[in-house]
Design a protein around this ligand. Structure first.
Ligand SMILES: Cc1ncc(COP(=O)(O)O)c(C=O)c1O
Length: 425
């Protein structure tokens, strides 16, 4: 479910006409629906209610502190990958005991910041990292908890750049080596190694790899326990599908119905790290048509957002449904789909103004005809949209707006040209 719907031909975010937002704050702009991301969080919390589960929303998906604050108030913890994300979580008033910290290259500075903050778990990605964490704890008189990230070597149907749970990626420790790591390091006196972490990648479309990896990890839990190690928590990572196309991915209940029965008898606490499945379709990027032009057989719709604002199509060949914010009855989209066939649509490339051939949002896409100044919505842009945005081409970062019912708030202002050079003075 999401709360971006057309009413009388006009796109609304919950109770707010997106045109009103564009008129006040300009374009491009990211618009988020609070009801949508809270609904997604609630559905996950409910689906796993039979097990002691902590949902740790993945900050890298969308890290605005106002969004994090709302999620924290609804009981979410956070999955972080840097000192900066820890700071964001702190600014949002997060419960530090519900923070898990992943990443293959945590620096000493970041580790100390996390130790001082008292986070829940370090998700350990290698033996040298574990040795360093133990050494830092001893040096600074700290204790903490850790989960070893194991790489289950499971095929995952997603783009190669966002598949992390197969062998020969930089993430985690080969599952075959895990027992050796626990045997060698568990009795260290400062880092309690009581959990296992697995994360397959991002952009999953079926529950199959999740069921497969739980089946692969449970024998490891048994083996570790039989050797006397205390394993009380399993962190299953994120990567659960999001509706880039309507109704194409499993729901939270679908995932839970595959996973929970495999865990119920094991007396394990569960951590989940969803990003996309909470925030992706809780956000759109709204942009305005600058020009339309033809080149050979092609028609280009040039909009005022560029790959610096949303890089996913260029980086991952990601699909985003794109549709005008105002349409007549013929063009009301019933579904968001790759090959939506609508009589009277025009086939266009939707591109940005940046001087790169990769600056596109869609190619050969059927869309209702648009003209200069029309507003166009890029749907399902909430995850890895703003967090991957940059100032490339000296373009100020666009604003973020949070809609709650019939109210909206600018939760990040548009950068100014002055902001662009401020740190260079
Ligand atoms: C360790 C870890 N956890 C969670 C996530 C969130 O993934 P998603 O946004 O696909 O749910 C990621 C993203 O790649 C990740 O690397």
């Amino acid at each position: 479910m999401d709360s971006f719907v057309y009413k009388n031909g006009k796109l609304f975010a919950e109770g707010v006409d997106v045109e009103t937002i564009a008129a006040e704050v300009g374009t491009p702009v990211y618009i988020y629906s609070k009801a949508t991301f809270l609904d997604h969080l609630k559905k996950i919390q409910t689906a796993y209610a039979d097990i002691d589960t902590t949902v740790c929303y993945s900050v890298k998906a969308c890290g605005n502190i106002n969004i994090l604050r709302s999620l924290a108030e609804a009981g979410s913890g956070f999955d972080i990958v840097s000192g900066g994300e820890l700071f964001r979580a702190q600014q949002a008033g997060a419960d530090m005991s519900k923070i898990v910290f992943a990443g293959v290259g945590k620096t000493d500075k970041e580790i100390l910041e996390a130790l001082n903050a008292g986070i829940g778990y370090f998700n350990i990605e290698s033996e040298p990292e574990l040795e360093n964490l133990i050494a830092l704890c001893k040096k600074h008189g700290k204790t903490t908890k850790a989960a070893l990230r194991v790489n289950p070597d499971i095929k995952y149907d997603s783009h190669k750049h966002i598949t992390t749970g197969v062998k020969e990626t930089k993430f985690g420790v080969d599952i075959e080596r895990a027992i050796k790591v626990y045997d060698q390091y568990a009795a260290n006196g400062v880092v309690e190694m009581s959990a296992i972490h697995v994360h397959l990648g991002s952009g999953g479309k079926t529950i199959t790899p999740y069921v497969e990896y739980v089946k692969k990890v449970m024998p490891l839990v048994d083996a570790l326990r039989s050797k006397g190690h205390t394993i009380d928590t399993l962190d299953l990572g994120g990567g659960y599908g999001a509706d880039y196309e309507s109704g194409t991915v499993p729901s939270a209940i679908d995932y839970a119905s595959g996973i929970v029965p495999l865990l119920k008898a094991a007396n394990l606490k569960l951590i989940l790290e969803p990003g996309k499945s909470i925030i992706a379709n809780a956000g759109i990027m709204l942009t305005r048509v600058v020009f339309k032009k033809t080149s050979g057989e092609k028609t280009f719709v040039i909009v005022d957002a560029g790959m610096n604002d949303l890089i996913r199509p260029c980086l991952y060949e990601a699909f985003h449904f794109i549709w005008p914010a105002q349409v007549d009855e013929r063009f009301m989209p019933q579904k968001r789909m790759k090959a939506l066939k609508v009589d009277g649509a025009e086939v266009v490339d939707i591109v940005g103004p940046i001087c790169e051939g990769t600056d596109f949002f869609a190619k050969k896409r059927a869309m209702p005809p648009v003209a200069r100044d029309d507003l166009v919505a890029v749907f399902t842009a909430g995850a890895y949209g703003y967090t991957m945005a940059s100032n490339y081409n000296a373009r100020p970062m666009c604003p973020e707006v949070l809609v709650d019912g019939d109210q909206y708030t600018v939760i990040r202002k548009r950068q100014t040209y002055e902001d662009l050079v401020e740190l260079e003075k």
